[in-house]
Design a protein around this ligand. Structure first.
Ligand SMILES: [Zn+2]
Length: 289
């Protein structure tokens, strides 16, 4: 009796060890495959073709409420042009973006769902060509009703990106105006969010696929302006970009991307090289662009 018991116990033990070994081997294989996949993608994007291998893969897609979808359908023209599948991805990303970020109102402002949805949608639109849609250097949004006194330089601002607080600060009145007048190449939300992306993507330790794309075409844009003074002069005299663009490289890229979103056809017709670089920089192959 005792002998049989020992045999059974040994059998159970060896079966348990076999299962454990199989699980361990499987886990190691998954990790190796995962690392290899991203290494190959990194090399491919950096040296061969600047596009992520895939953009969307989610175990569980989050949904927006009916009211939130209504806001997008009535107040966000980029969303209206997406197909059904793209809208499902967009909804998921907006929902997750809202969950991952803090939204704080200032001077008595209560942050509404409309504000969260439109701010998140702006960030998601900008990064919709990428797989990674969160910007590590951006954690919170501070919303004022109107212009505010900046903590950085004590002047009155409509918006700013504060890297120390990982915050985009916005005047809501001016944010809305950016969308209400959608063909003047002014869009405060896009402008400030590009600053956050730019700051994050140019960090030396950021080797994400999005950062590689952004950096590659950012360099090309800078080279185009530096090596070709006539091109730069034509850009200045055309008045297509407002004068503020020529303050420094950070402002240039922010204003250029605002213009890309608001008047893509105009940019394409007048400065096709610039248009093509921005399109590739954001991997932006969507209707209207
Ligand atoms: Zn700026």
């Amino acid at each position: 009796m005792k002998f049989i018991y020992i045999l059974t116990e040994e059998k159970t033990d060896s079966f348990f060890i076999q299962v454990l070994t199989a699980v361990l081997v499987l886990m190691i294989l998954v990790i190796v495959f995962y690392q290899l996949f991203f290494f190959v993608e990194f090399v491919w994007v950096k040296y061969i073709s600047p596009k992520p291998f895939y953009r969307h893969f989610y175990f569980r897609k989050l949904k927006l409420s009916k009211d939130q979808v209504y806001i997008l359908n009535t107040q966000f023209s980029f969303y209206q042009k997406l197909n059904l599948k793209q809208k499902i991805y967009f909804d998921h990303r907006v929902s997750r973006f809202i969950k991952l970020h803090k939204f704080k109102g200032r001077s008595g402002l209560y942050v509404s769902d409309q504000q969260k949805v439109l701010i998140a949608a702006t960030a998601i639109m900008l990064t919709f060509g990428y797989r990674n849609y969160t910007i590590k250097s951006l954690e919170r949004f501070i919303i004022y009703l109107d212009v505010f006194k900046s903590k950085i330089n004590k002047a009155y601002h409509k918006g700013e990106f504060n890297p120390a607080y990982k915050a985009v600060v916005l005047s809501w009145k001016d944010f809305l105006e950016g969308y209400n007048i959608d063909n003047d190449n002014f869009n405060l939300g896009i402008h400030e969010m590009v600053h956050a992306m730019h700051f994050d993507f140019l960090k030396p330790n950021n080797d994400s696929i999005s950062a590689i794309l952004f950096e590659r075409y950012y360099k090309k844009i800078k080279q185009l302006l530096q090596n070709n003074p006539t091109y730069r002069q034509n850009l200045v005299s055309s008045k297509y970009l407002r004068n503020y663009a020529f303050t420094n490289n950070f402002e240039f890229i922010a204003v250029l991307i605002e213009s890309f979103f608001e008047t893509p056809q105009e940019l394409k017709n007048q400065f096709p090289e610039m248009y093509s670089y921005v399109k590739k920089m954001l991997n932006f192959n969507f209707k209207g662009y």
